[in-house]
Ligand binder design. Structure first.
Ligand code: HEM
Length: 388
């Protein structure tokens, strides 16, 4: 049998290609495409009423370029300055920088993390999941390790071992991949060996099984269906804790040191407070002592990470199947909302002279209230469990 449709298709295709070859047809097609885009954007685009630069409705190229350059922060800051607290920055993304709006989104599971989080680290874990009950149960399981008793319990080990550094996501960047892949492998082995050593230690009686730390919580926990956590789950959650905790802490300390070098008068005050409170230089200062007796130092850390939070770009959430009203602007359903923590941390409604470095804002009872407003550890239902 002759393959009539395929012959027809070939002939038709040739005619179409010939037609396209004539520049007039191409020009007409481009015009139709352009006009339909403009008509869609003017009358149908669900985000047409969200303020923003005109091109944001048509292309994400400028945003993607800034993303590649690692400069989203200043770019988004500039757009918010020009267009207000809710800005469209690409055809699908709306950025939000008002503290009240960011709090509204973060305070509930109604606006879930975007799906793009799901593959960030190994298999599903507390950070990557978009599932409310999964996240709730993991947070509950690990909670006791972050209580005051839990933290005091592991302080001795931290004092002995120090903190290791990790950069698990950067291995996707091609140029530095080889070195970082090596480091990720070191972390994999570290987590694997730690789990094995803990099990053996408990079996031999060398380690108490009542130990209150992150690893023990996951080893002992049960899932809502009554089953123990699988090897894969224990590995993924423990690896996450290592990755999320180490670099966030290192970056926050770097931000603090950076600010101290920029403001020598603050540095001097911090030194004086520490030296006058702890006169014995050989004594190691414990976490609880620092918290209770070094208010200016603690305030300096809060102020440094207010201005330089570890999340420099946007944290993604979905506007849910209902949509949400932010600063009086309707953000329709199923839109990606980028939460700009750095902007919310400088909201003039919350902070006097938000751009200035002033640790004293975090002193006294008012300062304590302000600490709860920071977005440096995220906020609401997905707030950082390691923030203490
Ligand atoms: C100064 C230190 C830290 C800072 C500034 C910090 C900041 C943050 C921020 C901003 C988030 C939200 C990220 C997002 O939603 O995209 C987060 C989440 C998280 N952090 Fe931290 N963090 C710190 C230390 C730690 C430590 C020490 C641990 C654990 C040992 C930890 C474990 C986590 C986990 C598991 C999440 C995910 C929570 C969830 O999605 O429910 N962090 N952290």
């Amino acid at each position: 049998m002759t393959d009539i449709p395929s012959i027809m298709n070939k002939e038709k295709l040739l005619v179409v290609l010939k037609e396209l070859g004539s520049s007039r047809t191409l020009y007409t097609l481009l015009c139709i495409y352009g006009v339909s885009k403009v008509l869609y954007h003017t009358f149908l685009d669900p985000l047409r009423n969200v303020p923003g630069p005109w091109w944001a409705g048509f292309t994400s190229l400028p945003y993607s370029i800034k993303k590649l350059q690692g400069d989203i922060s200043s770019y988004v800051k500039d757009l918010h300055k020009r267009y207000g607290p809710v800005v469209r920055i690409s055809p699908e993304v709306v950025s939000v920088d008002g503290a009240a709006d960011v709090r509204k989104i973060m305070s509930t599971y109604r606006y879930p993390k975007s799906q793009s989080f799901e593959d960030v680290l190994l298999s599903e874990n507390m950070f990557s999941t978009t599932n409310e009950s999964y996240n709730r149960s993991r947070r509950k399981q690990v909670g006791p390790a972050f209580s005051h008793t839990g933290l005091a319990n592991i302080e001795e080990d931290v004092m002995k071992s120090g903190i290791i550094s990790a950069a698990p996501i950067l291995h996707r960047v091609p140029f530095i991949m080889v070195q970082l892949r090596k480091e990720t492998n070191i972390m994999f082995s570290f987590v694997h060996d730690s789990i094995k050593a803990r099990r053996e230690g408990i079996k031999s009686g060398e380690i108490s099984k009542d130990r209150l730390d992150v690893l023990q919580m996951f080893l002992d926990s049960t899932n809502p269906d009554g089953s123990k956590l699988s090897e894969k789950e224990i590995f993924s959650e423990t690896f996450l804790m290592l990755a999320a905790g180490t670099d966030a802490t290192a970056m926050s300390l770097t931000a603090t040191m950076h600010m101290l070098t920029l403001y020598p008068e603050v540095f001097e005050k911090v030194c004086n407070e520490i030296r006058s409170t702890f006169t014995d230089r050989s004594q190691l200062i414990r976490y609880s002592e620092a918290k209770d007796k070094l208010p200016y130092f603690v305030a300096t850390v809060y102020e440094s990470i207010r201005l330089l939070p570890i999340v420099g770009g946007l944290v993604s959430r979905d506007s849910s199947s209902e949509g949400v009203v932010l600063s009086g602007i309707v953000v329709p359903k199923n839109v990606k909302i980028g939460l700009y923590f750095e902007g919310a941390n400088r909201d003039p409604e919350l902070y006097k002279s938000p751009e200035s470095f002033d640790p004293s804002r975090y002193l006294g009872p008012e300062g304590d209230l302000l600490k709860k407003e920071t977005f440096s550890f995220s906020h609401g239902v997905r707030i950082c469990p390691g923030r203490k």
